[in-house]
Design a binder for this molecule. Structure first.
Ligand SMILES: [Zn+2]
Length: 265
């Protein structure tokens, strides 16, 4: 059973999880770059305020996502400034939920509140959505190479176990589009950091004197090592660098960000 499926929803091409929505009242949604109102390099569904796109366009694009998903009981999608760290914010603890742009620098937003969408954004980085289907908790994780090295995915699962008493068998995870091992070349110094942290594994390859790193694979490994069942993990498999439908920072430094959104209905 695929947890996520590619879907066309009123002009938006998304990855959605009909299964999670039907069985557990949880929406997982991954966007590509089309269907919004931003122009030029940000064309068109850019969701990140921390770009040079206009704030009005970002607000409109976020509203478009909510509307197309039919989430009428939520007025905004929450996100924060992402800094390639491994900090986690339970937004229930955040008092001022009257703004969508949460103050604070965090790379994982987590909640068990209904109708409170949490989002991470990326242009090559891994966007990972995680849910505890029994305790009804959702987390959105942003993991580029720095966050991956700091084990943000492992840390998120540990946080769910500690703070929400999540059982690993109830945890489901989905990988959104990211730059994949076909295109993600890194220098030797970065590879050495990964080998130091994770040992020698099959998470890198050498081709034509270039080193390619499988960041999605390392985050997948973190989930597996944390005890998440293979059948509970779904990977959309899209490479943001290969596929022009996605924003890619490697392809163009000034660009927008696609979204990974999770909501408890
Ligand atoms: Zn690629």
């Amino acid at each position: 059973m695929a947890i996520i499926e590619k879907a066309l929803l009123e002009g938006l091409t998304l990855y959605l999880s009909p299964y999670l929505k039907k069985e557990h009242g949880i929406i997982f949604c991954l966007t590509n770059r089309y269907g919004g109102c931003s122009k030029g390099r940000f064309e068109s569904l850019n969701v990140d305020y921390y770009t040079d796109d206009s704030k009005t366009n970002v607000e409109k694009n976020r509203a478009i996502i909510l509307e197309k998903l039919g989430i009428n009981n939520a007025s905004r999608i929450y996100s924060a400034k992402q800094v390639h760290g491994n900090s986690i914010l339970n937004i229930n603890d955040y008092i001022k939920l009257n703004f969508d742009n949460i103050t604070g620098e965090v790379d994982c937003l987590i909640t068990n509140l209904k109708n409170t969408p949490v989002m991470v954004m990326g242009a090559d980085c891994n966007l990972i959505l995680i849910a505890d289907i029994e305790k009804r908790v959702v987390a959105a994780v942003h993991a580029g190479w720095k966050g991956t090295l700091k084990k943000i995915t492992t840390k998120t699962v540990l946080y769910m176990k500690k703070e929400f008493k999540s059982k690993v068998d109830d945890i489901i995870a989905v990988f959104g589009p990211s730059i994949r091992k076909c295109c993600y070349s890194v220098d030797k110094l970065i590879l050495e950091k990964f080998i130091e942290m994770f040992g020698y594994g099959d998470f890198f390859s050498v081709n034509d004197n270039k080193i390619f790193l499988d960041l999605a694979g390392i985050n997948y490994m973190q989930l597996r090592e944390a005890g998440i069942n293979e059948k509970n993990i779904s990977v959309c498999g899209e490479c943001t660098y290969c596929n022009n439908s996605f924003y890619s920072y490697r392809r163009s430094k000034i660009t927008g960000r696609q979204a990974a959104v999770a909501v408890i209905l």
